[in-house]
Design a protein around this ligand. Structure first.
Ligand SMILES: [Mg+2]
Length: 382
């Protein structure tokens, strides 16, 4: 079998899909993260054609090594996303050619279902009332969700005391409404300074959060040990790290949870290795996945086969039909009692509606990160 074509598509609202075709009629699909620079990622994918066209697609590790190393300058979000998309598509091809799901090729399933959480409260949980927050959450409880993630407001380097009390007020109302048998995660998005994190984490401890994500920025992770050693709240991080080398010091830093993204961190091959790298440090994995259907499918294949999996991010509840329209059979994402049920179809377990991808790619997208500003006009972390 030989690779014949590789084509990347900008699929609205904000995703980058890749299709890898072979001379035996088997087509693999992948997805790249880094949606805020999607056109750069698309060109990086197309730039890799010259090392892959005519090659055997089942030599996944060989191609991974060449794709990562042949630019001399390695890693980073753009190149790692492009590599990830093609790696996912190659695993899809291998699974389809052998007639088995990817999780079988990763050693076979270690679990039958993968628990998932839903986002609530938009980009700022304090922008709505605590009553609205509770209403939104109880609607998702009715859909079966048992875990929820929220994002706190932006803050200055050292903010006024009411920042913490307002945050605690909203989160306490939420905890009281859903009780102690469901989980709340807080995704700080790197909005806090280390100083604010040290002030706020002790205030939040009574809430028994499942994790506090990115309490400080990824580029400041050399300081994360100062937080993990002083709070009992589980600290999570990793969506802005792209390889085993990026995660090497982080898994030793006392964090409880890492969050590699299969569409950003070198695909199924590298995400699987990052999970294994974390296991000896008793660190569990909550795959980052705010992206499209191919990223979720690839993430689930890893979840089913990875012993130190914790919980899966998903965006179906956010995007709805915009997400599901790319699937020939949306019911493959079988969500029951708060978890996705193990898939059985070959490869990634989904069938992409190619005609829909082509139709939507003709529209394309130019998705960009929202720009936030402090009251004095300076840049604020989103
Ligand atoms: Mg996050």
């Amino acid at each position: 079998m030989k690779i014949t074509t590789i084509e990347a598509f900008l699929a609205p609202p904000e995703w980058t899909f890749v299709r890898v075709e072979t001379d035996e009629g088997i087509t693999g699909w992948g997805e790249a993260g880094m949606s805020f620079r999607a056109r750069a990622v698309r060109e990086a994918i197309h730039d890799m054609r010259e090392i892959l066209i005519g090659q055997d697609p089942t030599k996944i590790e060989f191609h991974w090594q060449v794709m990562r190393k042949s630019s001399f300058f390695r890693g980073g979000p753009v190149l790692s996303s492009a590599l990830a998309a093609i790696d996912i598509a190659l695993w899809d091809i291998l699974g389809k050619s052998l007639g088995v799901p990817v999780h079988v090729l990763l050693g076979g399933p270690v679990r039958e279902t993968a628990r998932a959480y839903a986002w609530i409260g938009g980009d700022d949980l304090c922008a709505i009332s605590s009553e609205e927050l509770v209403d939104e959450t109880l609607g998702l409880v009715d859909q079966g969700f048992t875990a929820f993630k929220l994002t706190p407001p932006k803050t200055s380097a050292i903010d006024v005391p009411s920042y913490g009390s307002k945050l605690m007020g909203h989160l306490s109302a939420l905890r009281n409404s859903i009780g102690p048998d469901r989980d709340i995660a807080l995704d700080v998005h790197g909005r806090w300074s280390k100083t604010m994190a040290r002030r706020l984490l002790p205030i939040l401890e009574p809430l028994d959060l499942i994790f506090v994500e990115e309490p400080i920025l990824a580029e400041n992770l050399h300081m994360v040990g100062e937080l993990t050693s002083t709070t009992k709240l589980p600290i999570a991080t990793g969506e802005r790290l792209f390889s085993r080398w990026d995660f090497l010091d982080v898994v030793k830093s006392g964090v409880a949870v890492i969050q590699p993204d299969v569409a950003l961190a070198g695909g199924i091959s590298e995400t699987r290795r990052i999970a294994a790298q974390a296991e000896p440090y008793d660190v569990v994995v909550a795959p980052h996945c705010p992206f499209g259907p191919i990223t979720l499918a690839a993430s689930l294949q890893i979840d089913f086969a990875t012993p130190n999996f914790l919980i899966q991010e998903q965006s179906i509840t956010f995007f709805g039909d915009q997400f599901l329209r790319y699937l020939k059979d949306p019911s493959v994402f079988n969500f029951k009692d708060g978890s996705f049920v193990q898939t059985t179809a070959p490869g990634l377990g989904i069938e992409i509606d190619e005609s829909m991808v082509l139709r939507m790619a003709a529209i394309g997208h130019n998705h960009k990160q929202p720009l936030w500003w402090h009251s004095d006009g300076s840049y604020a972390e989103f």
